[in-house]
Write a protein that binds this ligand. Structure first.
Ligand SMILES: Cc1ncc(COP(=O)(O)O)c(C=O)c1O
Length: 366
């Protein structure tokens, strides 16, 4: 059997470190925020090459608070790609602002920067690029457009821990960067977690308040806030795992190169790492016009796979009120119809990758 991800294999490789980190939290009884979370914030900020990080309880909360800290609210519009996980658009909606969607680029699968200007209106306040599958959006031209129109940039880096654009880390380009530590992410907590990166101390102050009921000091509620605090155990687990992240990322990249080679000429479109990108392959996304049949053929050989995502956001029932239609974003819709995610994790063995590739090749020949 080839699993889609193997969280157990990773856990077993770091079991002793994890046990002792969790025991430390149990002894300290710092179950929410606390020393471990504060240390993780510092270490993750350094890892991203930014001055500050504020840890929260999910990637969705990170996006929500980053948008609020940027002053986004009712009457504002925020531009985001149509093909993303629903949380990107949901977070815009939470603030009362209107999500305005733009199609993706057919090569990189990230927001098509050449289409952003047509989506800008007098109400546009921010652009929210998503570094989909672990590949950064094309940030230089995007930042140029943002500057020309005086827009803020907030990165959705939920899938892009350690990804780089021309040598700079994801999460260091915009006013703020938002990360998720959902367990299956490249850096995953043992529960939920998220974080906002920034170089701006004002945003740090606001987000620190908003994540803890809007209080700067206990019971002095300056803002109408939320309970979005990161748990102490998650901070401790993430500190352990951050020490391994570079090795895991290089292993993912090696696995991707192996797939690229094994799948050449196998009748599927393999992912394109753009020249500017250090792609961290949160998802190894292939494309095929025969997705349902290929997925079934893989299943019959005990190879798990995934779809990220079957529908772009504008076609989801919950977002019908955005008033887009089928055909509004053809590239996103094609990806929704054709994308298939192959097993991808640091511990994936050569034998497993060969099994996946041979199942795909057998399907092509049938
Ligand atoms: C692109 C993207 N944005 C936002 C999120 C939300 O993160 P979380 O699940 O931690 O709330 C996720 C992950 O689930 C994601 O993949």
């Amino acid at each position: 059997m080839v699993p889609f991800v193997d969280l157990k294999a990773q856990y077993h490789s770091i079991q002793d470190e994890i046990t002792s980190a969790i025991r430390g939290v149990l002894e300290s009884c710092q179950f929410t925020l606390g020393k471990e979370v504060a240390a993780f914030e510092e270490e993750f900020a350094a890892y991203c090459g930014v001055k500050h990080a504020v840890a929260v309880n999910s990637g969705t909360s990170a996006l929500h608070l980053a948008l609020l800290a940027a002053g986004i609210g009712p009457g504002a519009e925020v531009i985001a790609p149509a093909m993303t996980f629903v949380a990107t658009v949901a977070a815009i909606w939470y603030t009362g602002a209107k999500p305005v969607l733009v199609d993706i680029d057919p090569q990189s699968y990230t927001i098509d920067v050449s289409r952003i200007e047509a989506a800008i209106t007098p109400r546009t306040r921010a652009i929210l690029p998503v570094h989909l599958y672990g590949q950064p959006a094309d940030m230089d031209p995007l930042l140029t457009v943002a500057k020309r129109h005086n827009l803020l940039v907030i990165e959705d880096a939920a899938q892009a821990h350690g990804a780089e654009y021309n040598g700079r880390r994801a999460g260091s380009f915009g006013e703020m960067g938002c990360f998720s530590f959902y367990p299956g992410k490249n850096l995953g907590a043992y529960g939920e977690g998220g974080l906002v990166t920034t170089n701006n101390p004002e945003y740090v102050r606001t987000i620190r308040m908003l994540r803890d009921w809007g209080a700067e000091k206990k019971y002095q509620h300056v803002l109408k806030g939320y309970n979005y605090r990161m748990e102490g155990i998650q901070g401790a687990v993430l500190r352990v795992k951050l020490r391994h992240l570079e090795a895991w990322t290089e292993a993912r990249r090696a696995n991707a190169r192996r797939y690229d080679t094994l799948l050449a000429g196998a009748g599927v479109v393999t992912p394109r790492a753009m020249p500017y990108a250090r792609h961290v392959y949160h998802i190894y996304a292939i494309r095929t016009s025969q997705r349902a049949d290929l997925q079934e053929a893989l299943r019959q050989r005990d190879v798990q796979s995934g779809i990220h995502y079957p529908q772009p956001v504008h076609l989801l029932e919950a977002y019908r009120d955005l008033a887009y239609r089928p055909g509004s974003f053809p590239v996103s819709e094609q990806l929704g119809n054709e994308e298939l995610s192959l097993p991808m994790f640091a511990e994936l063995t050569e034998v497993q990758a060969q099994e996946v590739a041979s199942a795909i090749r057998a399907f092509a020949k049938r």
